[in-house]
Design a protein around this ligand. Structure first.
Ligand code: BGC
Length: 419
């Protein structure tokens, strides 16, 4: 078979600032983690101190054979108070980008990966009409300082996630109920705002939230393109393979519409859409169905189902009709042989999409390091590289070597056999 991977295919691993950097103290998420009644299992703290260890981390990723590194720039660091831009923090990200380029890694940069500055929450967060403009202004400042170094730009990470989480019963509080939920009520009290207006990015699934996110993505795209018309810009979506059991078709159709289809439709006209798939989500007559008895599950108790990636790439291609980059895909497990097998099936799925002529530009695994898995804390292990958080020592797992070698081989094959 002709090798389907194009020469400039991105083989990478991803991280997100808040999950790895540590001490993102001006962010809304840090604030939520420390509230009474918080739904976070533990605070992020020092994370894996990537903020200080980025040089060795990037060298390690490149040394494993990868050609790309996806990471995020933290709005809360760059603009810790509204309108105050920290040039020192922009310079930090400049060094991170330069280090990627020195090591031959194409930097895929996410401008917003779930976390926002705490002050944005005070101003109505992701349900406020003023947010798109504030976000675009931040993107403009980042581009003015760093734009020439960026390889691919992702505006918002998983703007559709709250609708998927809501179908599992997480977050999704209607504005009128927020005051009755301890974390929301405590946030409102500390911020001195009405609980109905507390709208963090990951947890609000209202119609206003949808409109604000689409507007923010468009405004950010324009701000980024104003500096670099040539730069590939898109957003990245949480694309579960939505399926149903008999009697669950109606619910599945509704979730597929709310979570996948309308966001893929809104992606039309972008340079690419980032696909982030972890498995399938199955709905029965009573809603989200648990994993069937006896099937292997991940650390969150969900079925291990790597075939989902191929299905969601095909769905994205059919609906958005633009190039696709797999910007996240991975498995939470303590058993790295399970992860390796998962990655193998997932990458085969990408190869089959490419062989069918679907324009997939990259495969970026989630995640480089075991890290802060949001409300679940540090228990889930998604990393291809283990980290001892007392010494901050990094140890690549077999899965990291396997995927890095795959990247190396494909690079070689495509260089000698451009077909
Ligand atoms: C997010 C990551 C997260 C991963 C695993 C995605 O929802 O973009 O930040 O850690 O999935 O749950």
């Amino acid at each position: 078979m002709t090798n389907p991977f194009p020469r400039d295919f991105l083989w990478g691993v991803a991280t997100a600032g808040h999950q790895v950097e540590g001490n993102n103290v001006n962010s809304d998420t840090w604030f939520l983690e420390h509230l009474p009644g918080t739904i976070f299992a533990e605070p992020s703290g020092d994370a894996v101190d990537h903020y200080h260890h980025y040089r060795e981390d990037i060298a390690l990723i490149a040394g494993l054979g990868f050609t790309s590194y996806r990471f995020s720039i933290e709005w809360a660091r760059v603009e810790p108070e509204e309108g105050h831009i920290s040039v020192a923090e922009l310079d930090h990200y400049k060094r991170v980008l330069e280090t990627c380029l020195e090591h031959g890694l194409i930097p895929v940069v996410t401008f917003h990966h779930f976390t926002s500055p705490r002050w944005l929450l005070q101003l109505g967060g992701w349900e406020s009409d003023s947010t798109p403009e504030l976000f675009a202004r931040y993107c403009d400042r980042v581009m003015a300082h760093l734009g020439h170094l960026i390889g691919v730009a992702c505006t918002l990470n998983e703007p559709n996630l709250p609708w998927l989480l809501e179908s599992f019963g997480i977050g999704g509080e209607a504005p009128e109920n927020r005051g009755t939920v301890p974390m929301w009520a405590a946030a409102a009290e500390r911020l001195g705002v009405d609980a109905r207006t507390v709208a963090p990015f990951q947890f609000c699934s209202t119609e206003e939230g949808f409109q604000v996110k689409v507007a923010a993505h468009r405004a950010a795209t324009a701000a980024i393109k104003a500096h670099r018309p040539d730069l590939l810009v898109g957003w990245t979506l949480a694309n579960s393979d939505i399926q149903s059991l008999p009697g669950g078709e109606g619910i599945a159709d509704q979730v597929r519409r709310d979570v996948n289809e309308r966001f893929l439709e809104a992606s039309r006209g972008d340079d690419f859409v980032g696909i982030q798939t972890y498995g399938r989500t199955v709905y029965g007559p009573d809603g989200h169905a648990p994993a069937p008895e006896g099937v292997p599950v991940n650390q969150m108790g969900e079925e291990i189902y790597p075939q989902a990636l191929e299905a969601t790439i095909r769905e994205a291609h059919r609906i958005a009709r633009i190039p696709v980059i797999v910007t996240e895909n991975g498995l939470a497990t303590e058993d790295d042989t399970q992860r390796l097998a998962y990655l193998e099936t997932a990458v085969d799925g990408v190869a089959s999409c490419l062989a069918d002529g679907i324009d997939v530009r990259g495969y970026i695994a989630w995640t480089a390091f075991d890290n802060f898995e949001w409300i679940f804390g540090y228990r889930p292990k998604f990393g291809l590289i283990a980290v001892d958080r007392t010494t901050q020592e990094r140890t690549p797992k077999e899965s990291a070597r396997w995927l890095g070698n795959r990247a190396r081989q494909e690079d070689k094959v495509t260089a000698t056999n451009p077909a």
